[in-house]
Design a protein around this ligand. Structure first.
Ligand code: AHN
Ligand code: ZN
Length: 343
């Protein structure tokens, strides 16, 4: 079974919506381009389960905060390794010690699950699995670590569900998938201390920075990458993020077109947002040179959502429908990359 639905194709061709994607990101960032011939959706992907993804988020949050050097962090890391193995991935664990802004040595692990490790065409899917050590945007318990249900667990939960699905689908098309769970993303300088650190942004994303300089496989590359960050909260809004547009506008437009086709336009908005200050996709782009986008919940004017880096980021804000929208969009995108090229 090749998952190619020619009936769908014929139905879709007249729409003529598409965005091309190759290793050279397009410089044309207009949305709503309609002058290309290829259809948005060309194959039938399996159904993504928002309920199952929710369960994976809940399991992670059940370990408590996943701050490097804590018991919850160790236990959650072990759970992620075991779960990727259970779903048939070839797992590589990259252990490293990261230097935090305050001199703390962070015992860290990037966890990589690969499917079809020898397939030349590969898609990289990433999320960070650690959670923030402080709640610096809260008004209470600011020095305590957060649960990070959306900021941390949501992206990983979606990707564990992707792993479950593709691990069970022996007939899927031959595109390789590497799921990377980055560690030590969120140990950045607390807001109140930033004045003391001129280069404060460098202290976020320590796991992706390590990986970019020490690829888990020598010479590793991928066709493109998709980073998920804060993809679980109710009323999430995903704008076309500025740095993603700069590095990989073709990928952004492809993914947003697919989301729109799947009727997830209430979450995937067609406007370009300001760029996030930094995130793991920056280092995938600049160090590994893989065009990579960030699907990240942001709000116009205010930037991040109100739960960001507060104790409100717990299971009560997680919405299965948002996990579903992101997961189905990512799964459809991956399945299409394995499909035969349509002329
Ligand atoms: C900054 O906070 C500078 N960048 C966003 C990276 C991040 C933190 N994503 C989730 N938490
Ligand atoms: Zn964060």
């Amino acid at each position: 079974m090749k998952h190619v639905s020619w009936a769908w194709l014929l139905l879709l061709l007249p729409l003529g919506l598409s965005s091309s994607c190759d290793r050279k990101p397009s410089t044309d960032t207009r949305s709503g381009e309609t002058d290309q011939a290829a259809p948005v959706v060309t194959v039938k992907a399996p159904v993504f389960s928002g309920d199952s993804a929710y369960h994976f988020v809940d399991r992670q949050v059940g370990f408590g905060p996943r701050v490097p050097n804590s018991a919850g962090h160790r236990q959650c890391g072990d759970y992620l390794v075991a779960t990727l193995k259970k779903y048939g991935a070839q797992v590589t664990v990259q252990e490293f010690v990261a230097d935090a802004y305050n001199g703390t040595k962070l015992q860290s692990r990037n966890i990589i699950g690969s499917y079809l490790p020898d397939a030349p065409k590969r898609i990289l899917l990433a999320a960070h699995w650690d959670t923030r050590h402080v709640a610096d945007k809260d008004s209470v318990r600011r020095n305590e670590p957060i649960l990070g249900a959306s900021d941390g667990a949501s992206g990983v939960g979606v990707l564990l569900e992707v792993a479950r699905i593709i691990g069970a689908d022996s007939s899927r098309a031959p595109v390789g998938v590497d799921i990377i769970f980055f560690d030590a993303e969120d140990y950045g300088v607390p807001d109140a201390e930033r004045a003391n650190y001129p280069n404060d942004k460098e202290f976020y994303c320590l796991g992706s920075q390590y990986w970019g300089k020490n690829l888990h496989k020598p010479g590793y590359s991928a066709y493109y990458g998709i980073l998920l960050d804060m993809v679980g909260a109710k009323n999430a809004t995903f704008f076309k993020e500025g740095l993603s547009m700069q590095y990989a506008s073709g990928v952004v437009n492809k993914v947003w077109d697919i989301a729109g086709f799947l009727k997830y336009g209430q979450y995937f908005l067609n406007d370009v947002s300001n760029q996030v200050g930094t995130d793991d996709h920056v280092f995938i782009n600049t160090l590994a040179k893989i065009p990579t986008i960030d699907i990240i919940d942001t709000k116009p004017q205010t930037g991040f959502s109100t739960y960001h880096h507060t104790h409100r980021d717990d299971m009560s804000i997680i919405d299965r429908n948002v996990l579903q929208a992101v997961g189905q969009t990512v799964l459809q995108t991956v399945y299409q990359e394995g499909a035969p090229v349509v002329q």
